[in-house]
Design a protein around this ligand. Structure first.
Ligand SMILES: NC(=O)C1=CN([C@@H]2O[C@H](COP(=O)(O)OP(=O)(O)OC[C@H]3O[C@@H](n4cnc5c(N)ncnc54)[C@H](OP(=O)(O)O)[C@@H]3O)[C@@H](O)[C@H]2O)C=CC1
Ligand SMILES: CC(=O)C(=O)O
Ligand SMILES: [Mg+2]
Length: 765
């Protein structure tokens, strides 16, 4: 079961800020009166008239072609049963979210009060003009079968009941691969299916089409084994009734079975049942959120098992999330009139084949696994594998074209694949990539302000995600109190209270005294300073007892950074610190500096800042393209700032020819490559916009990033402190948990680089 704090986390996730998970965002400019005359009356009449003349133009002038309806009546929500349309809404919004993030498909989730087939069908049919496709969801059997088949027959857009066919496609691919690994033949396997609802019936039909023999399978519903003698079964279920007389219950059926498929309810299978199965058994316990038997119990019961669940927190997640975004993407892109058998089988094969191909490093990193490869714990691809969109959507689109249901064709498949990849965007990708890089070699991060909820929450997240091993500084009793009040699970994390004098804190004080004795610090004062967690934390990092220090949530920047400067100091090569922000904007990531430290830097100081930024950005595997900003372009104005920034560029070009930098220039020229090319075709930045902006002073840098954050909707990651000998990162006063987690991620990457460069020094006693 979920731990209580995870349950509360889930509630908070849904309720915090704008309630729910989805919003509608305009895609056209709406800034001026003119924009509005185009968007609405009178301009809007023009596309209306075009569509009235030719209804197909609705795809040209409206969002229909990329809009899917996720529709439920709430009668079979996950494995939670008939909980009603309102209670199904979080699941439907969730499906909408997955459609968007995995395949860039927009969704309206529609939870409808419609219990009878007629009511349901009439509502959905009437919606056809709005949508490019319909994803039916969590509608109970047997009504779901009639609803789907009537809508498919009566509508010209693709309709798919995902619990039936999405699940059948994914579990079909998983079954093929699992049999291959376990050395079993599909036409020989003995199969037990528990559940006889929407998902179970369709999955079983798929298995039969893949080669499983009807005489080799038995099916159960809540009332037991499906047999011809039962009078409560409809046609759909009767086709899976068995005449076998040696079985009365599930335990009997499991004896010597090769495969168990669960699409029923949680915890209905026992370890003893698994023990009785044939050699090398395959168990797909797919009920959500609780599988028919837990992953841990199953693998403890049988060493030779292939075990899969519908959950994301165990290996082998057999869940329709692997299919529906990409199946609809392919269908929408060729304007298919249906999702037919050919398209489904194409999806099965694409998914099954993908699992056998080498796994990209990004996927290993995303799941914190070193070498994911086809086998017992990896029978189908992982949902975060970005290859799914190209492999599955193109297979589905191709099958639609070849089977004659496409109303649009694709000829340049390379271009189509490029288009699919560009749909995934890069914004979130950068943060995901950075997280993955951090997870590759997590580091010990000491948190100076661990007696605050936000820090502890962030520590919990980075620990759970395998980004870092937290070390908490502060009053142990107070920290434990906050943990317990908020049900945080950090019991095994090291807590150190610098206020409690220890042999180690005295050694740290001695060290500080030696370092600062000619700068007015007595031993007595050094002992007093060591009670300060920023001094203590900096000493831990200096002596290699932690790899990075995070502080600053509750104190101003200067107070926070001072101990680190005194104890750890700056890198010898530049001997300067600077602050950089990674701004995640709609147009991609842009680095801003200096935003936090140097108030009015000279030309040489701007050179140092640029060198620091160039190096740090390269450590994130990004190629910096740097613009030195001013209010002038390449000598167009005189004055202190244009002259200073021009001199900065001159020195950089002379001393650091390897750095891609130009200026001085105005920000719009830096970020608009057409503008730059039209006016200053000679610039070394020509071709692509700059991704790194050097500001002439702290005021402009700081103001620019805050404006972009507040009114430009950009996410700011930072300030990333550059130039320290060892990783110390100073949070913005009052940072959010997400900002702290991002900062820790950057600190871990910084530590990875610095640890690789130098071995930690030993404490001098
Ligand atoms: N991993 C995945 O991708 C997916 C998982 N699922 C999961 O599969 C399950 C069923 O979903 P769905 O088919 O849509 O729902 P339905 O309501 O259509 O079907 C549920 C079926 O399970 C049967 N059932 C319930 N309890 C038991 C039990 N203790 N023993 C045997 N059979 C039982 C019901 O029997 P009766 O007919 O007699 O009521 C019914 O046949 C859910 O847990 C759902 O989360 C569904 C889709 C995708
Ligand atoms: C995954 C899914 O669709 C379900 O459990 O119903
Ligand atoms: Mg479902």
């Amino acid at each position: 079961m979920n731990k209580p704090n995870r349950k509360q986390d889930a509630l908070n996730y849904h309720s915090k800020g704008r309630p729910g998970k989805i919003q509608v965002v305009p895609t056209k400019p709406t800034n001026s009166q003119r924009d509005l005359t185009l968007a609405y009356s009178p301009g809007v009449a023009e596309p209306c008239l075009r569509i009235a003349d030719n209804v197909e133009d609705v795809y040209k002038y409206t969002a229909k072609g990329n809009l899917v309806a996720v529709i439920s009546n709430g009668t079979a929500v996950l494995g939670l049963g008939n909980i009603g349309p309102e209670a199904s809404k979080p699941v439907m919004e969730g499906k909408g979210l997955l459609f968007k993030i995995y395949a860039d498909i927009d969704v309206f989730d529609l939870e409808i009060n419609a219990k009878t087939v007629d009511e349901f069908v009439n509502i959905v049919k009437a919606l056809e003009p709005t949508f490019g496709g319909v994803n039916l969801e969590d509608i109970s059997a047997p009504t779901c079968f009639e609803i789907e088949s009537r809508l498919k027959a009566e509508m010209k857009i693709p309709v798919m009941h995902d619990d039936q066919h999405g699940t059948a496609i994914i579990s079909g691919a998983a079954l093929m691969n699992a049999c291959e690994i376990q050395g079993k033949k599909l036409d020989k396997i003995k199969m037990v299916v528990n559940g006889a609802g929407a998902a179970a019936v369709s999955c079983t039909k798929m298995y039969l089409s893949l080669g499983v023999k009807k005489e080799n399978l038995v099916m159960f519903d809540i009332n037991g084994l499906l047999t011809p003698e039962r009078t409560d079964l409809d046609e759909m279920r009767l086709q899976f009734a068995t005449n076998r007389k040696d079985i009365t219950n599930l335990a009997d059926a499991m004896k010597n079975a090769d495969v168990f498929v669960g699409l029923s309810a949680g915890n209905v299978v026992t370890p003893a049942m698994l023990v009785s199965m044939a050699k090398n058994p395959i168990v797909f316990a797919m009920a959500n959120p609780e599988p028919e038997i837990s992953y841990d119990l199953a693998i403890a019961a049988r060493k030779d098992i292939i075990m899969a669940t519908g959950r994301s927190d165990f290996p082998n997640q057999v869940n329709n999330v692997l299919g529906f975004p990409y199946i609809f993407r392919g269908a929408l892109d060729v304007r298919a009139t249906a999702i037919n058998e050919e398209m489904k089988i194409a999806a099965v094969k694409a998914i099954a084949e993908m699992a056998k191909k080498p796994v990209p490093e990004a996927v290993n990193l995303a799941y914190n696994i070193t070498n994911l490869k086809f086998g017992r714990d990896y029978i189908i691809p992982k949902p975060m594998d970005q290859r799914l969109i190209t492999e599955v959507s193109s297979a589905v689109a191709r099958a639609a074209i070849e089977s004659g249901v496409a109303r649009k064709t694709i000829t340049d498949w390379d271009a189509y694949n490029e288009e699919l990849l560009s749909r995934l965007g890069t914004n979130n990708k950068l943060l995901r990539d950075l997280t993955n890089k951090a997870k590759q070699a997590p580091k010990r991060v000491v948190f100076a302000e661990a007696d605050t909820y936000k820090i502890l929450r962030a520590a919990q997240i980075v620990k759970d995600e395998g980004i870092a091993t937290p070390i908490l500084l502060g009053n142990a009793e107070r920290i434990r109190e906050i943990m317990s009040e908020n049900e945080l699970d950090l019991e095994d994390v090291q807590i150190i209270d610098p206020k409690v004098e220890t042999e180690r804190s005295l050694e740290f004080a001695q060290f500080l005294f030696k370092k600062r004795q000619r700068k007015g610090v007595t031993l007595f004062e050094a002992k007093k300073l060591m009670v300060d967690r920023n001094y203590f934390g900096a000493c831990m990092v200096h002596f290699g007892e932690a790899d990075a220090l995070i502080s600053g949530l509750t104190k101003d920047y200067a107070t926070t950074i001072k101990p680190a400067l005194q104890i750890i100091g700056t890198e010898a090569s530049v001997n300067r610190v600077a602050g950089m922000y990674l701004m995640i904007t709609e147009k991609g990531p842009v680095f801003f500096g200096d935003t936090t430290v140097n108030i009015n830097p000279t030309a040489q100081e701007l050179v140092d800042i640029t060198v620091l930024m160039d190096r740090s950005i390269k450590q994130l595997n990004i190629k910096p393209r740097i613009a030195v900003l001013s209010y002038s372009n390449f000598g167009s104005n005189g004055g202190e700032i244009p002259e200073k920034t021009r001199e900065t560029v001159r020195i950089l070009h002379e001393k650091y020819p390897e750095i891609v930098v130009d200026g001085e220039m105005q920000a719009n020229f830096a970020l608009n490559s057409e503008l730059l090319a039209d006016n200053f075709g000679f610039s070394v930045l020509n071709g692509k916009p700059a991704n790194t902006l050097i500001f002439p002073g702290l005021a402009s840098g700081n103001i620019a990033y805050k404006l972009l954050q507040e009114i430009g909707g950009a996410e700011a990651v930072g300030p990333i402190l550059l130039g320290m000998k060892k990783p110390v990162h100073v949070l913005q006063l009052g940072s959010s948990v997400r900002e702290i987690v991002n900062m820790v991620t950057i600190a871990v990457i910084d530590a990875q680089v610095k640890c690789a460069e130098a071995k930690p020094s030993k404490a001098k006693k």
